[in-house]
Design a protein around this ligand. Structure first.
Ligand SMILES: Cc1cc2nc3c(=O)[nH]c(=O)nc-3n(C[C@H](O)[C@H](O)[C@H](O)COP(=O)(O)OP(=O)(O)OC[C@H]3O[C@@H](n4cnc5c(N)ncnc54)[C@H](O)[C@@H]3O)c2cc1C
Length: 549
């Protein structure tokens, strides 16, 4: 743990919150542009979802690939809600983002021709996923970027939580209240760090659900902080459930081990207890259909399975052979074997779990949120790239592209800064309620939803106990409060969207309805009231808080 005192006020042009791919890349690019930047991160440097990524990064690099195909695949997966311009920008800039990573020292797996080896994942019409050390792509991204950050001498506050934004009287963000995290999650008294800009790169909110592939810190802190700071959030109901996490027994909770889609990309198939394949006939791409389709197919299959067989299916990778599995998926093979399964000899039990949050803080691909001084990049942001369902391996790429663009924006000009005024004391949620909240979210707002269940979830969330005002905060309280804020918005959005589209499946509204080809955009008023607007796809621009009626 870093023991340095929190740096004095006004030492940074930019505060970057988070040290996954998006935060690290933003900070590295800002340092290269000569900006004074400080990275604030909840755990040790580099902890976050990025480090867990297995599959890799999508970019058009193959001789048979074209930008138009990557755009098309992304739009198809996004089920009508993608912002086409954002997708085009992502695809156009993805190869340069991968090249930058290599220039910074990333060692990618190479093919016989010496070029990055490319693999395929669900929803991709070409091989376009670059990867590292087989299935340790995120670890290599993290190693590369943390090394680059250290080489540039960027200031880092590890084990420090961003608590709230500092705002001027007219609503501009001019810094952060941060608190050092002590033993057992105790928070030191928050201190003020002033800056000209704050970049949120805090990742997603998979921990809203009881079972997720996301690490423990993915509690939606950035989304909740941005809402309190006057920013809007969008597409929050679009939570991607990954079809294959290693099933860890009935009622397994918390972070679950992912079995990458790349395993299916290389030929593994989903089967039932009798070895019969599940996906053929459900989608033309069968096991490589987009994730929303495969997860929903598994949920439907399990709902009709005999009692006792309703909590998992099987992934059969035996025909890939032990050598190929060891070479291509060493980490997954190790994890399966330590859980008591040998994928080279037997199908392994898998189940869907919350994996990626397509929605988040409404931002453009330059990170702009509409609130002056506040930026959001990576999974915390909702740029419209993913629409109603993210295409596999587009997210680290998106984080890198947005980070580079955001840094270029802030290198060109910094917001004006200003003097903060005291903000309201936000309501805090009793962390003892967290487990009940996440169980209810999984039960009522998981892969399949309906109005009755979502109404029960809304009531449960409204009844969650609050802590008395002025009660000392700890990390558990900060995270439970963020989870509660995010779950409340998610539930409201899922209830409002009376259709099924992408990651949002309503059994009481199973059709995709053309009139719902809109995005749901939310903000909180100063009293905590939730306001929602619908915006046609393509017209979504973050709206500065002071012009929202
Ligand atoms: C198991 C797994 C496998 C995946 N595989 C792939 C893949 O192969 N390809 C792909 O493209 N995507 C993959 N994804 C998704 C991808 O990893 C993430 O979307 C992406 O890495 C997010 O990067 P990020 O920088 O936005 O956030 P993260 O990497 O999650 O980093 C968030 C950072 O914010 C910090 N933070 C959060 N709250 C606070 C706070 N209050 N104060 C201070 N710091 C805070 C965290 O500590 C962390 O450092 C995978 C995700 C998981 C979970």
């Amino acid at each position: 743990m870093s023991t340095a005192a929190i740096r004095p006020l006004s030492s940074s042009d930019v505060l970057v919150v988070g040290s996954g791919a998006a935060g690290l890349m933003t900070a590295v690019a800002l340092a290269d542009a000569g900006r004074a930047v400080t990275v604030i991160t909840k755990g040790a440097l580099g902890e976050g979802s990025t480090a867990w990524a297995q599959g890799g990064l999508a970019a058009v690099l193959g001789p048979d690939d074209r930008a138009g195909l990557h755009v098309q695949d992304t739009l198809v997966a996004g089920a009508g809600l993608c912002g086409v311009e954002a997708v085009r920008t992502l695809v156009a800039e993805a190869p340069a983002a991968v090249a930058t990573l290599r220039e910074l020292g990333a060692v990618l797996d190479l093919g016989r021709d010496g070029c990055p080896a490319l693999t395929r994942e669900g929803g991709h019409s070409r091989d376009r996923i670059v990867h590292a050390d087989g299935d340790a792509s995120g670890a290599e991204v993290t190693r590369t970027l943390t090394g680059a950050l250290r080489a540039r001498g960027v200031a880092v506050l590890e084990h420090t939580a961003a608590v709230d934004a500092l705002r001027t009287a007219d609503g501009r963000v001019v810094g952060l209240r941060v608190a050092r995290i002590g033993p057992g999650g105790a928070l030191a008294k928050p201190e003020e760090l002033r800056s000209r800009a704050v970049v949120l790169a805090t990742g997603g909110f998979g921990q809203v659900f009881s079972a997720t592939s996301s690490p423990a810190g993915a509690t939606g802190d950035g989304v909740a902080l941005a809402l309190r700071a006057g920013a809007e959030v969008a597409d929050v109901e679009m939570v991607q459930f990954h079809p294959t996490v290693l099933w860890a027994g009935p009622g397994a909770e918390g972070q679950q081990m992912l079995v990458s889609e790349a395993v299916r990309g290389e030929g593994a198939v989903l089967v039932d207890a009798g070895g019969r394949r599940i996906m053929p006939g459900r989608h033309p791409l069968a096991d490589l259909a987009p994730r929303d389709v495969v997860s929903a197919a598994i949920a439907a299959f399990l709902a009709e399975a005999p009692p006792g067989e309703r909590d998992h299916v099987w992934l059969d990778a035996r025909h890939l052979g032990a050598d190929h599995l060891a070479r291509r998926f060493p980490g997954i093979l190790r994890a399966c074997r330590s859980a008591g399964y040998d994928p080279a000899r037997e199908p392994v039990p898998v189940a869907p779990a919350a994996h990626y949050t397509c929605g988040g803080v409404l931002a453009d691909l330059d990170g702009g949120t509409g609130v002056p001084g506040l930026y959001a990049v990576g999974e915390v942001a909702c740029t419209g790239v993913h629409g109603a369902n993210r295409l596999a391996s587009n997210s680290i790429t998106e984080g890198l592209v947005a980070a580079r663009r955001c840094a270029a924006t802030l290198a060109a000009a910094l917001p004006s800064g200003g003097v903060p005024v005291a903000g309201p004391n936000p309501v805090a949620i009793d962390p003892g309620a967290r487990r009940a909240m996440t169980l209810a979210a999984s039960r009522f707002a998981g892969i399949v939803r309906d109005s009755a269940g979502l109404t029960r979830l809304a009531a449960a969330l409204a009844a969650v106990p609050r802590l008395p005002a002025g009660c000392a905060q700890d990390l558990a309280t900060l995270e439970a409060t963020a989870l509660h804020t995010v779950a409340t918005v998610l539930c409201a959005a899922a209830l409002a969207r009376e259709e099924s589209r992408g990651c949002h499946r309503r059994t009481d509204a199973p059709a995709t309805r053309p009139e719902w080809r809109v995005r749901l955009v939310h903000r909180l008023d100063p009293a905590g009231g939730l306001h929602t607007r619908t915006v046609p796809v393509g017209n979504v621009r973050p709206v500065p808080e002071h012009v929202v009626a």
